[in-house]
Ligand binder design. Structure first.
Ligand code: ZN
Length: 141
């Protein structure tokens, strides 16, 4: 299995790093002639699944579950029927969260979660979508 070249983040990144991190992922996909992030991650043993998250009033759209061995499960709520582009945006958001983990068989957070991580992951997903020529969907929720 190929190893994702992107290194885990050892500290909370400044906003200026978002674009280069997103571009690194775009380049990894381009090198494989892929435009679909979900497919790219599934090839690496990730899962992208749809489940009802939270109760009916829940605003939770997606979450990331470490599987170990550098792999994660992205869970997208089935309570909303998201367009494929929106699903990709959510997958990119969750991928950005994975950068905060280090994995030596068992995933462990390197950087404790802080509220600002959500804005970082939104900005990452926006940059990724933009670089892929897709609409920026951050405020489409
Ligand atoms: Zn998030």
């Amino acid at each position: 299995m190929e190893v994702i070249a992107t290194q885990p983040l050892r500290s909370f990144p400044p906003p200026s790093e978002v674009a280069s991190l997103a571009l690194a992922l775009v380049n990894e996909l381009a090198a494989l002639n892929l435009s679909d992030l979900s497919k790219f991650l599934i090839r690496r043993g990730w899962e992208v699944v749809f489940q009802p998250l939270g109760d009916e009033a829940s605003a939770i759209r997606s979450l990331l579950v470490p599987k170990g061995n550098g792999q994660f499960r992205v869970v997208i709520t089935s309570r909303c029927a998201y367009e494929p582009e929106r699903v990709e945006w959510l997958v990119a958001h969750e991928y950005a969260h994975s950068l905060f983990f280090v994995d030596h068989g068992k995933a462990r957070r390197l950087v404790p979660w802080v509220e600002a991580e959500e804005a970082f992951c939104d900005a990452f997903a926006d940059q990724f979508a933009r670089a892929q020529g897709r609409a920026v969907l951050a405020d489409a929720s």
